[in-house]
Write a protein that binds this ligand. Structure first.
Ligand code: SF4
Length: 311
């Protein structure tokens, strides 16, 4: 799989870019590094920040203008064990790595991109934490993208919660079906061994529902993985009723349940994607009125402590 790590490399897929767009992106990538798969870049129709795929991975100068915090929900050091985050009594979030296939420019954890690549392998600490907290029933393995991990580490992250009888549910958050569908096949045997492993994936635009993505989803379902989607409401990407209706109906048609639509978090460097709450509620109300219940995700805003508010 080909991953581009410099904005200028994307010209090999998209042709020559507008020089001022490229210059600005090269300034931004020094602060927030660039990363994109060849597969995902090929979904672009117009290399412009108005294109709903291009703007999800191509750096915009506004990223340097924001004023929010880098970790507004206090994820760092929330449990005293590196990589483990706790917001709810019965759930534990595992930040398994800072690596992703694509750096989504609206990411709430973009603070981690510049750190040296890390892989959460503190198996003993993870196991001990679960044993000492039997109230945790649900483990969410996130990142970064856990599908970037080598298979032995990936499996270890499933083996540990499976060993603890109080853990009833294991979930993985990944964008692999959307941005690197070929990678999904490398993990199927492991996922099948620990079935059911719930997959939370992250489609934001109907153009991302390609035959390759649908095939990867089908393979995951065959491996025993129920699949939910968590979208983020993004200005200029999917902030209309029409786009979201096509997205959610398209997801249902490939076997993915629209689960959450999140308001973009107030994280430094992402403010230009924010959709005002009144506009978001107008769109969500119309979705609720016109789509079948199955096609309408919960709309959620992250509160100050990172806990969800459902307006
Ligand atoms: S895949 Fe997820 S964690 Fe990685 S950059 Fe995108 S939103 Fe952030």
């Amino acid at each position: 799989m080909l991953i581009y790590r410099k904005v200028s490399q994307i010209e090999s897929v998209l042709g020559e870019l507008d020089s001022s767009l490229l210059r600005e992106a090269e300034v931004v990538e020094k602060e927030y590094p660039f990363r994109c798969t060849e597969y995902y870049a090929n979904l672009v129709m117009q290399p412009s920040l108005k294109d709903p795929v291009f703007s999800q991975f191509f750096p915009a100068i506004e990223e340097l203008e924001g004023s929010g915090g880098e970790d507004p929900f206090g994820e760092e050091n929330s449990t005293g064990v590196d990589g483990l985050v706790r917001r709810y009594t019965d759930r534990l979030l595992v930040i398994s790595t800072n690596l992703c296939f694509v750096h989504c420019r609206f990411c709430m954890r973009k603070r981690n991109w510049k750190k040296s690549p890390f892989v959460f392998v503190n198996s003993a600490g993870f196991y001990q934490y679960l044993v000492e907290h039997p109230e945790i029933e649900d483990v969410i393995i996130s990142g970064g993208d856990p599908f970037t991990l080598p298979n032995d580490v990936f499996e270890e992250l499933l083996r540990i919660p499976k060993k603890v009888s109080s853990v009833k549910i294991i979930r993985i958050g990944t964008r692999a079906p959307v941005v690197a569908p070929e990678v999904v096949y490398e993990k199927l045997d492991i996922l099948e061994r620990y079935s059911p492993v719930w997959i939370n994936t992250h489609f934001n635009h109907p153009r991302e529902i390609t035959p390759d993505a649908a095939k990867a989803v089908k393979a995951l379902i065959k491996a025993g993985c129920p699949i939910n989607n968590q979208s983020v409401l993004l200005k200029g990407v999917n902030d209309t009723f029409e786009v979201l209706a096509r997205l959610f109906k398209g997801l249902l048609s490939i076997g993915v349940r629209p689960y959450y639509l999140f308001s973009c978090d107030p994280v430094k460097g992402t403010e230009h994607f924010f959709v005002p709450l009144e506009k978001a509620l107008r769109i969500v109300t119309r979705l609720r009125e016109e789509l079948s219940g199955m096609a309408v995700p919960h709309f959620a805003v992250d509160g100050k402590n990172g806990k969800k508010i459902l307006p």
